[in-house]
Design a protein around this ligand. Sequence first.
Ligand code: NDP
Ligand code: 8X3
Length: 255
Amino acid sequence: MTTTAFVTGASTGFGAAITRRLAADGARVVASARRVDLLVKVATDYPNTVHPLALDVRDRTAVERAIATLPAAFAEIDLLVNNAGLAKGLQPAHDADPDDWDQMLDTNCRGLMYCTRAILPGMVARGRGHVVNVGSVAGTYPYPGGNVYGATKAFVHQFSQNLRSDLHGTGVRVTCVEPGMCGDTEFSTVRFDGDRERADAVYAGMRPLGPADIAEAVSWATSQPAHVNINVIELMPVAQSFAPFQVHRDLPTPA
Ligand code: NDP
Ligand code: 8X3
């Protein structure tokens, strides 16, 4: 049976790679994001297979309308990949811009909730389906300046686990994919408001993951036999690992 997938944030980065990979694997894919010109470029390579859809996931009414009015060939979604998201800024909480915080919450949490809520009923009614949420290592491991971004990804992790509980017995599967540093996307350029030099410096002198690695994880998790649920996939580049706790030492050194 042909899978019908709905991928958010499909215009660049992970979402474009996931769309291409799923289409190459034989799925029909609704590729959604705000920049429809970029979606059309992806769709051009997969005629009749990738359906470009202009959508801002923060707009609940638009999400509900878009799901309700999909062309018949794309209407019965078996696989939702909630990938749209962003980090904005790296300032400590006391200096951060509250508008950046709102945008991260609205996109990474609310947008993901809206798409899930709109698509799940069809999956439950058909007794099959798979929701893949894109979290991050930032949802588990804190780092300076990660404040709200990391918190939104902790939400994505826990929402995914709670979905599994709600969907118990329905046949619908849920996976949270939690990558570490990944290059060749717009992630850091967006985080630093278009400052390419600062964005490139994040990946200087190391080999990050690439979007194809994330697409591979999604393809693997969604191609397991129907009785297997991959709960969480956490992946990092070999060049990234853990640091010790930081310790602030401001007491006088004993003589
Ligand atoms: P990109 O910036 O390349 O991709 C983000 C995608 O989200 C774009 O397609 C963008 O499309 C879309 N998007 C942003 N806001 C909205 C919105 N309001 N409505 C609809 N689509 C939106 O970054 P990545 O591919 O790296 O990131 C994808 C996901 O992976 C994000 O959730 C990110 O947090 C997560 N992640 C990234 C990591 C990394 O190191 N790169 C590591 C771990 C997780 P458009 O602007 O056209 O709407
Ligand atoms: C992005 C991963 O480590 O850059 O979610 O915050 S990290």
